[in-house]
Every structure is written in C-alpha cells, then in structure tokens.
Design a protein. Structure first.
Length: 154
C-alpha cells in the first residue's frame, strides 16, 4: 500500500473524529436551520465512543502500514474487525427506534414518524451493505486474495 494512501487515511480519519465531536456540540451542522426544533436521539450519543474506537482501529492500521508495510496480514484482518464492529453498530442503531426527536409544538408527530421511518429503512440498507462487505473481506482472507481498498480511475 502506498505511503500516501496511509497518510491520507490517517488525516481523513482524524478530521472525521474532529467532525463527529463538533456535530455533538453544534447540531446546526447536521440539521441546518431545523436544529432549533430537531435533535439527535440519545442513541447517537451512546454510539460516539464505539464509532471513535473503530476509527482508531483504522488509524492504527494506517500507521502500521507506514512503519511496517510488510505486515500484510494486518491489512487483511483490519477490514474484518472494522466490518464486525460496523455491523454491530448498525444493528444496534436499527433497534433504537427513535433516531430523531423534535419539539412537539413545531413538528407534528406524523412528520417525525416519517423522518424516523426514513432513517430506519436507510439503516436497514446500511446493515445489508455492511454484511456484504464483511462477507467479502472474510472470503478474501480465506482465499488469500489481497484486500484492495483503493479506487482505480481509468
């Protein structure tokens, strides 16, 4: 894996962690003007540290690529660890039931139900995608095929 890819991954994940922390304190960045009457449900605050932990796993793998690029086994194992963690987080989110809460005087219960239903179906799609990615990573590791995460532009 090129060193530039590892450096980009380290920087990208660090920026993402800072962004996650920022949106906890500044919900306007997610909800825009609706932040006055829409708020993230409690489940999002519960998952902050597990999500940050998964990001750190990715950062450790990228840092290891810089120091020990010959440790190819780690590049094969990391997507499985991340995949299992992501699948667990998505599953936990699906079960939450209420992802957005609102000021009842400004948002009708029906509108809030539509918002939360939309999030539910989006999360179901995310669970399916995470499961497929995990299956592919396990299959590649068992076959000994390198895990190529780079995007090739022709």
């Amino acid at each position: 894996m090129p060193r530039a890819d590892s450096i980009a991954r380290l920087v990208g994940l660090a920026v993402w962690i800072v962004w996650l922390r920022t949106i906890r304190d500044v919900p306007f960045l997610v909800f825009g003007p609706a932040a006055g009457y829409l708020k993230a449900g409690p489940v999002w605050h519960q998952l902050y540290w597990p999500v940050v932990a998964l990001a750190f796993v990715g950062m450790i793998q990228a840092g290891t690529n810089l120091v020990r690029p010959d440790w190819t086994w780690l590049r094969s194992a990391e997507p499985i660890v991340i995949g299992l963690g992501a699948l667990a987080l998505w599953g936990y989110l699906v079960k939450a039931g209420q992802w957005i809460v609102a000021d009842p005087e400004r948002v009708s219960p029906h509108t809030l139900d539509i918002i939360n239903q939309s999030i539910f179906y989006s999360l179901l799609v995310a669970v399916v995608i995470a499961a497929v990615q995990l299956f592919r990573s396990v299959y590649r590791m068992m076959r000994g095929t390198p895990n190529r995460t780079r995007i090739h532009i022709a």
